[in-house]
Design a protein around this ligand. Structure first.
Ligand SMILES: Cc1ncc(COP(=O)(O)O)c(C=O)c1O
Length: 448
């Protein structure tokens, strides 16, 4: 259907309905001229309103690694919503909340064993930042408030998250956030086209020493980084970099938070980025893959000593140890989805499937080296990205054109800033990867 009105009619939409929806992270004006409407999903494919099958090259938004509409999850969700549609998260519990908390700890590195539920990645990040500050207050070190993120980091859209975040476009419109400093990013010119983790760049972690010299450790609460930066365009950590951050944090009594909203639950070919890269943080934020994207949910996972600090200083037993939480924390339907999704990861051995398919993605993606405008290619696990040389004054134009061309050819890929990003389903087959990379190459070749 080339005609917009025919397409709207086919899904029973009016122009007023199209206009009413202020879409997130979307070029609303462009979209509404030529809407891309998805009506169903199964396995690795979407179906759009024109009845076309579209390969899901980003697993939703890094969410649906186990494939779409898995019956194990949809059945668990529908069972739960019939039995317990909602239970108050404050002062009451329901069985699946405890079961899921414990199940999550089975995927975590040793020591990360206390789970605080939220409704999204952004809420998990805000929770982590608040816990970090409150933890030091509880320990009598109230001056430890400064938070350190990293340039090119993405930590969601709330004020704490955009303050520690390091993608300018996400911050400039919104004015002052909270007190935060930033480490440099780890994309070195000499590391372009490196496959997997670059060997150079661990020294960039030493910049943390400079920030300690600037602020003094007595004023710094925590460092937050994505083990692999996802939204900025799949930037794997240099070998040794995360360990160096860990060591410097230990030396100065600073908490280390890994934002694993993308890395957690398989995408790196390990249960977590922490496991893949061999470094254990003090806290980890998770979301997305934890319910396979079926129901919104996130969590903060903390070391027991952090939890115990709150318990030990919480006043009388009936009093709140931490006045924080969300109406939808541990939502029963999300918990049911989470339990089913984690069971699926295990039953279908999807985490090891990611590590066995990753070399193929690496080989295919790097075959695009030499294509016009492709100035870098990066990959790890089932995540990959291309950097595209900017059109004059318009860094995001060519990635947008590539992604739109792929969509027309039946492939969904993400465009963000000057990058094209791939987050393949863990269930991807080799021939699907072949077709995707071919189409990506064709779409790049079409650029003028
Ligand atoms: C590393 C990271 N943190 C936080 C978020 C925010 O998650 P949400 O969009 O669920 O709030 C994202 C989302 O992509 C993310 O990639």
């Amino acid at each position: 259907m080339n005609n917009k009105n025919e397409r709207l009619a086919a899904c029973g939409l009016t122009q007023q309905q199209l206009d009413a929806y202020w879409m997130p992270y979307t070029g609303n004006r462009d979209f509404k001229q030529d809407p891309r409407i998805i009506v169903s999903a199964e396995g690795n494919y979407y179906t759009d309103v024109d009845g076309r099958k579209i390969f899901d090259g980003l697993s939703g938004l890094w969410t649906c690694g186990a494939g779409h509409s898995r019956p194990e999850i949809t059945e668990a969700v529908s069972r739960q919503i019939k039995e317990l549609d909602y239970a108050p998260a404050f002062q009451f519990g329901h069985p699946d909340a405890f079961k899921l908390a414990h199940r999550i700890t089975e995927f975590m590195p040793e020591g990360l064993n206390r789970v605080f539920f939220t409704g999204s990645g952004s809420e998990s990040v805000e929770t982590a930042l608040k816990v970090a500050r409150a933890y030091w207050r509880k320990k009598g070190m109230a001056s430890k408030t400064c938070l350190i993120g990293r340039i090119k980091g993405y930590h969601g859209v709330n004020f704490g998250g955009i303050s520690v975040g390091g993608i300018g476009a996400n911050r400039v419109l919104y004015g002052e956030g909270i007190e935060a400093s930033h480490l440099p990013h780890t994309m070195l010119p000499q590391n372009t086209f490196v496959k997997g983790m670059p060997t150079e760049g661990a020294y960039l972690a030493d910049e943390l020493e400079q920030l300690v010299a600037l602020h003094d450790a007595s004023n710094i609460a925590a460092v937050i980084v994505e083990p692999l930066a996802g939204s900025a365009g799949v930037i794997p950590p240099p070998v040794g970099y995360l360990q160096r951050l860990r060591d410097i944090c230990d030396k100065h009594n600073i908490l280390l938070i890994f934002d694993e909203v993308i890395c957690g639950f398989g995408r790196m070919g390990a249960n977590t980025g922490a496991e893949a890269f061999g470094v254990v943080p003090d806290m980890m934020t998770i979301a997305k893959q934890m319910t396979n994207g079926a129901i919104p949910m996130g969590a903060l996972v903390a070391r027991q000593e952090i939890y115990d600090t709150f318990m030990d200083t919480g006043g009388k037993d009936y009093m709140l140890e931490m006045p924080h939480g969300y109406t939808y924390s541990a939502h029963p339907v999300a918990c049911a989805a989470g339990l089913a999704a984690l069971d699926l990861l295990e039953k279908d051995q999807l985490v090891s499937r990611v590590s066995s398919m990753a070399p193929k993605l690496e080989e295919l993606l790097h075959s695009l080296k030499g294509s016009q405008y492709v100035t870098d290619i990066r990959n790890y696990g089932l995540a990959g990205a291309l950097t595209i040389e900017s059109a004059p004054g318009e860094p995001a134009l060519r990635p947008y054109q590539i992604a739109m061309s792929c969509w027309k050819k039946g492939f969904y890929v993400r465009y963000g800033g000057d990058t094209i990003q791939l987050g393949l389903p863990f269930t991807v087959e080799t021939d699907e990867m072949d077709r995707l990379i071919n189409v990506l190459g064709e779409s790049i070749a079409e650029l003028s």
